[in-house]
Each structure stands twice: as C-alpha cells, then as structure tokens.
Design a protein around this ligand. Structure first.
Ligand code: FAD
Length: 384
C-alpha cells in the first residue's frame, strides 16, 4: 500500500505492480497535487551540483538519471514513458560576460566533460543566438519533461490500482488499512507493507503511524512565473559566482497557449525573504540584466510559494540523494528530486525483496478513476 500520488508514489506503484505485487496507491487530493506539479521537470545529471568544480555526492547520485528517463521515453526502460511529453531534449548552462561566472563555467565543463558540450554560436538555442548575447553556453545532457504528462503516462495502465480517498480517513489495524474513498465507499485492504510517499504529508503520517523518526524538513522556494510577449522557450541555468545557479528558467504553456517562463534557482531560494512585490521586482531586474534583449513591456508576473519536503539534513541543506527508512512494516520515503524517482522505486523493490514479501495478485474493486492535478500556470486566478 502506497500513500501519495506524486512522482515517487506513482513510479513505485508501477514498479511494484510489474513485480507482481497487488500494490495499491491512495491519494487524498489529485495525482501530482503536491510538489510534482510545481517541479521544473529537469532530469538533472549532476552538472548543477558540480559547479564548484568537484564531484559531490549529489552529482554522483543523479548522474545515471538522464539515461534512465530517456530509455523510458523510448519505451526501452523500466517503465513506459512513450506517452509522456519531452519539453526540451536538453537543459543549458549559460554564463554572462563576467569573469567569475566564466571561471565557474569552465570548471563545470571540465569536471563534467562527458555530460556537457560547449556550443558554437549557431548551435545555441534561439534566444542565445541574439547579437547582444555575450556569454558562454553549454548544453547539458538533462532532458526536461512535462511532469504531469509523465504522471499520466505512468498512471494510465495501472489506474485501476489508484484510489482517491478522503483526507484523514485512513486507519490502520494489524495487517490491514481501512479508508473512505472520495465517493464515500469504505474499503478494508490487507497490507503487508505501508509505504509513505506523501511528500509534505509524510510528517503527519509518520506521527499517526506512531513513529518518532525520520524527521522531515521543508525548504521553501518563491518561484516566479512570467508570460506575455515571449516568443522563445528557454531551458537554462544562468551561472552566478556561487554554487547555485543565479536563475533557472524553464518554459511551459498556459491554457491560452501563451509561453510561460518559470523562474527558479537562487532567485527563488533567496526570494523567500522577500514580499511578493519585492520578488517580482527582483525577477524583472534579473531578467532585464541577463536577457536584456527580451522586452518586458507586455509581461504579466506571478509568484508561487512552495516548499520542498525531504528528510531532515543535520544542517538543513538538501539531502544528497533520495531517502528511505523502514520501521517494522512501514517504509518512509522521499525522492528529494523528481529525477531520482527511479532510484527511490528501486530501493523500495529491493526492500520488499529483502524482507521476502510475497507478490500475490488479486482482483481490485472497480472504483472511480483517480483525478489529476493541473499546473499552477494554468490556474488563471494566480495571475491576478
Ligand atoms: C518549485 C520546484 C521545482 C522543482 N524542480 C525540480 C526539477 O526540475 N527536477 C527535479 O528533479 N526535482 C525538482 N523538484 C523536486 C520535485 O518536485 C520533488 O522532489 C518531487 O516532486 C517530490 O515528489 P513526491 O512524490 O515525493 O511528493 P509530492 O509531489 O509532494 O506528492 C505527494 C502526494 O501525496 C499526497 N498526500 C499528502 N498527504 C497524503 C495522505 N495523508 N494520504 C495520501 N496522499 C497524501 C499529496 O496530495 C501529493 O499528491 C522541484 C520542486 C519544487 C518545489
């Protein structure tokens, strides 16, 4: 039994059902309603984490992920993502003309030779072919996915094993779980392992399971969205002098077909200490300074406050990789990154095998089809 229908829960559900387990996923809202719908969708290969010039534990943990996801997209991987949408084949890393960022860019490219490629001017993405662009640009082997299309691709063949439930309706007895489905029907499932993959919801579930560990941390972001007058899609980190990219831009489409630039990186990390107005002013300043040839005359702006939920790190930093911890028949898990969902799912499969949990099939009731969340940039109210 898996609780939580974000990328972690769905990838794990797909893997467990492949192994013959009669696994079921319970979701209190809509699939993807947590962090997953806010993700920028970049399948990091570790380059961003190697900006200091050293291979860190973080960069090593994610280095295999782009090839695992690409294989799934081609229908040759551990799960079938052929129905998912790739929104960019690569992510890019650009430095401005300043000396500091050029040096950092140099180290990143040298350390990560196999994963990066310096581009000739004519090979650059459209926006960086502008005559006023003065920096360097590297192509990273980091595909960018439409994350909700990934969830749909994973869920579609196993939708019968996903149930929307009423929040707070779960109760646990010895070897079983009882829940009220969103339509009010009461179900009782026998349950050999309970896997908590509810993102931020894990803290409450850990407590309700009577566990005192693991502890969770939240790392807030203040993301920015902009639309209007954008003709190019951008998928790139801009290197600053520090370890974090100064800004990370991905591009999406709202319900009216407008291009939306979604801005993260240091702008969003440091933005948590700014008001919405200050954050928008800072975002305008950054875009005007980094891409000065992009007109901002007709742009609309919006801010998104969202927390990343992970296992607690002693100094509050990002954990190096995904995390699992088992207490009796309860496993608590966080992927830390969307990109790491395959690694996390493999760890759960291995834990069940190590505990010799038998894969027993069986019929599931025909319940109403689970619903999917929408992207924040498709919610018009956010733009006002
Ligand atoms: C702004 C932002 C950008 C990001 N960009 C990237 C990126 O580009 N690349 C990358 O690799 N990672 C990225 N991440 C990280 C990534 O989004 C997360 O690591 C990942 O989505 C977490 O997935 P999850 O399934 O653990 O949790 P979630 O997506 O939060 O899903 C948890 C689910 O559990 C449900 N739930 C909650 N409580 C309960 C309960 N009691 N019972 C049942 N269900 C429950 C929720 O409704 C939700 O659907 C980003 C994160 C943020 C916030």
């Amino acid at each position: 039994m898996i609780l939580g229908g974000g990328i972690a829960g769905l990838w794990t559900l797909a893997r467990l059902r492949q192994q013959g387990y009669n696994a079921v996923l319970l979701e209190t809202e809509a699939l993807g309603a947590g962090q997953t719908r806010y993700a920028q969708g970049i399948i990091h290969g570790g380059t961003k984490y190697a900006l200091t010039g050293k291979l860190t534990a973080s960069s090593e943990a994610v280095s295999e992920m782009p090839s695992i996801w690409r294989a799934c997209l081609e229908g040759k991987g551990e799960i079938d993502l052929q129905q998912a949408t790739l929104i960019s084949d690569a992510h890019y890393l650009w430095s401005t003309g300043s000396l500091a960022s050029k040096i950092t860019g140099f180290f990143a490219s040298k350390v990560m030779r196999a994963r990066t490629m310096e581009l000739e001017p004519h090979e650059r993405p459209g926006i960086f072919q502008h005559k006023d662009f003065k920096g360097n640009i590297l192509r990273l082997d980091e595909p960018v996915f439409d994350t909700l299309s990934v969830l749909r691709a994973i869920a579609s063949p196993i939708i019968h094993a996903i149930l929307n439930i009423k929040p707070g309706s779960i109760s646990r007895g010895p070897g079983n779980i009882e829940v009220d489905a969103a339509d009010g029907t009461h179900y009782r499932f026998s349950c050999k392992k309970l896997v908590l993959m509810a993102g931020q919801g894990n803290a409450d579930l850990i407590q309700k399971a009577g566990l005192s560990a693991p502890a969770m941390q939240l790392r807030p972001l203040k993301m920015v969205m902009m639309r209007g007058g954008l003709s190019e899609k951008v998928f790139a980190h801009c290197m600053g002098a520090g370890i974090n990219p100064r800004i990370t831009i991905t591009s999406h489409t709202d319900t009216m077909g407008n291009i939306v630039w979604y801005l993260g990186g240091e702008l969003a990390e440091a933005g948590v200490n700014r008001s919405d107005e200050e954050q928008i002013a800072m975002a305008k300043k950054e875009v005007a300074s980094l891409i000065p040839w992009q007109s901002l005359d007709n742009t609309e702006w919006a801010v998104l406050d969202i927390d990343r939920a992970e296992v607690r790190h002693p100094d509050g930093h990002r954990p190096d990789t995904c995390y699992t911890e088992q207490h009796d028949n309860v496993i608590v898990a966080w992927p830390t990154k969307l990109a790491l969902a395959p690694l996390l799912a493999q760890q759960i499969v291995d834990m069940l095998e190590a505990d010799k949990v038998e894969a027993t099939g069986g019929e599931l009731p025909a319940w109403p089809e689970a619903t999917f969340a929408d992207y924040p940039w498709c919610e018009e109210a956010r733009w006002n």
